[in-house]
Design a protein around this ligand. Structure first.
Ligand code: EPZ
Length: 451
């Protein structure tokens, strides 16, 4: 396992270009199962989760070819279904990447039966899929459990359109919406998804499906209407930029009193985080907006210039479904606010247990009191370096940011969590002025023994 050794206190400055979005790309890759024609995706990021999804697609009869795409640091993936007899997403893969669940709707719709290992909980709390299953059942699927697998079967004559309500105790479900919307593209008749997720990644998936021939209206709203078609065809599409990667690098500049120009900034997807940064006293300027260069009413891009001159002000953050503040930036925002001049309040309304980073930030001198889904962060003038443990993807990012701003050395262990969702973060941050070394954890132990 790898760890990062960070020497803190160096400003993050220069230019960074945001990569393609992991969370948009995963359900888009799953959607390639819906057609026998080739689907080409560009700006596919180099990440562990994407490699696992490509492996899963391979096991489900999809031939994958890839080519490098040096211009934006991603790759072009061409996916073509060559065998439709396979329908089992095994535990070995789904346990490494919960997003494996988003092959469920596409396999069921195209092959009439899907068997997928039931995803377990994870470090950010329980992750049920009851809403996915309720939605597929509304389309006529029969659902059962066998040996830890969910087995879904289409009725004779295939899935049929229906009204599906996807509201749960914490709002809609992002991947549940992806699953139902994808399955409904090939169902007979009209499907109406009420309380659909409005996240930009779902809009991006919907636009891919439309370019494959699907009939979908209402993307980006809580009511999505899908009129099923007989078949879908091939398409070519660029994956939208990763709003969470963009927000994380902006916070890195803000925490280290740096100055960063961030290209490929998805403007509409980041309104909430920009508002938070400005309220905290961080300057965020957006250049003229440009449309993404693919057809179909695409996300608008800009170049963001992020800088912090003076003190950080405390802010109040509540994570919410889009367009609210994203849960996937909560840990990074908390790291930032540990250095604010006063008390900030953070309430987590999507995953109320997503606070494993709190104990690690305390080890670095932060002052945080957690009460259920709320944390009160009392700013301190300085964080101090310490050995800390990454527990999940975004918590790891929060700890790396804290390490960049802290006085002295921080060692972040288990950075494999980070590698699932941030492309070569150590190398990019080093290029922007940070001091980060990737080392093997056992080398750290040997070094300690040698001392
Ligand atoms: C997606 O997960 C993202 N993952 C997560 O990003 C993100 O944190 C989350 O959406 C919320 O924005 C991917 O896109 C691959 P949900 P998803 O279903 O779809 C409850 C990251 O760091 N719920 O929208 O699995 C659930 O427990 C990851 O990149 C049910 O109750 O999340 C949660 O409280 C982590 N029943 C809330 O809804 C269900 O059937 C939202 O979950 C499904 C969900």
């Amino acid at each position: 396992m790898d760890a990062f050794v960070i020497e803190g206190g160096k400003p993050i400055a220069g230019r960074f270009e945001v990569h393609g979005s992991k969370n948009a790309c995963l359900p888009m890759l799953a959607a390639t199962l819906l057609t026998d024609d080739p689907v080409e995706l560009s700006d596919v990021p180099h990440l562990e989760d994407i490699s696992n999804m490509l492996r899963l697609l391979g096991e489900l009869g999809v031939e994958i070819t890839q080519k490098a795409q040096p211009s934006r640091g991603g790759r072009v993936v061409l996916a073509s279904v060559v065998d439709t007899s396979l329908s089992h997403a095994r535990y070995d893969i789904v346990r490494t990447m919960r997003a494996g669940v988003c092959v469920l709707g596409p396999i069921l719709a195209r092959r009439g039966e899907a068997r997928i290992s039931m995803p377990g909980g994870c470090a950010i709390g329980p992750r049920p899929i009851d809403l996915h299953l309720r939605g597929l059942a509304a389309l006529g699927a029969s659902i059962s459990l066998a040996n830890g697998d969910v087995v879904a079967k289409s009725p004779a004559g295939g899935l049929r359109g229906a009204t599906v309500f996807l509201g749960g105790p914490f709002g809609s479900t992002v991947l549940g919406t992806a699953n139902i919307m994808s399955a409904a593209t090939l169902a007979r008749g009209r499907t109406v998804i009420e309380s659909a997720a409005c996240e930009p990644e779902i809009v991006d998936l919907g636009r891919l499906l439309i370019s494959m021939g699907a009939r979908i209206a209402g993307l980006g709203t809580p009511r999505i209407v899908i009129d099923g078609v007989e078949r879908l065809g091939g398409a070519s599409r660029r994956v939208m930029p990763d709003r969470i990667e963009a927000g994380t690098y902006a916070i890195a500049a803000a925490m280290t009193k740096g100055e960063l120009t961030i290209a490929n900034w998805p403007v509409d997807a980041l309104v909430g985080p920009v508002e938070m940064l400005r309220s905290a006293g961080v300057e965020v300027e957006l250049s003229e907006h440009q449309p993404l260069d693919t057809p179909g009413g695409d996300p608008v891009l800009a170049t963001a210039y992020v800088r912090r001159g003076g003190a950080l002000r405390p802010v109040e953050i509540t994570t919410q479904p889009f367009p609210g503040f994203p849960t996937d930036l909560q840990a990074q925002a908390m790291a930032l606010l540990t250095l604010a001049d006063g008390n900030s309040i953070i309430t987590e309304k999507i995953f109320p247990e997503r606070f494993l980073h709190v104990a690690e930030l305390l080890r670095m001198g932060a002052q945080i009191i957690r009460h259920g889904p709320t944390a009160v962060v009392s700013g301190v003038p300085k964080l101090v370096g310490a050995p800390v443990m990454a527990s999940d993807l975004r918590a790891s990012a929060g700890l790396v940011l804290a390490g960049l701003a802290a006085r002295g050395q921080t060692v972040v262990r288990r950075v494999y969590h980070l590698d699932r969702g941030y492309q070569r973060m150590d190398e990019y941050l080093t290029g922007l002025g940070a001091s980060i070394q990737r080392v093997k954890e056992n080398a750290l132990e040997e070094a300690t023994v040698a001392v």
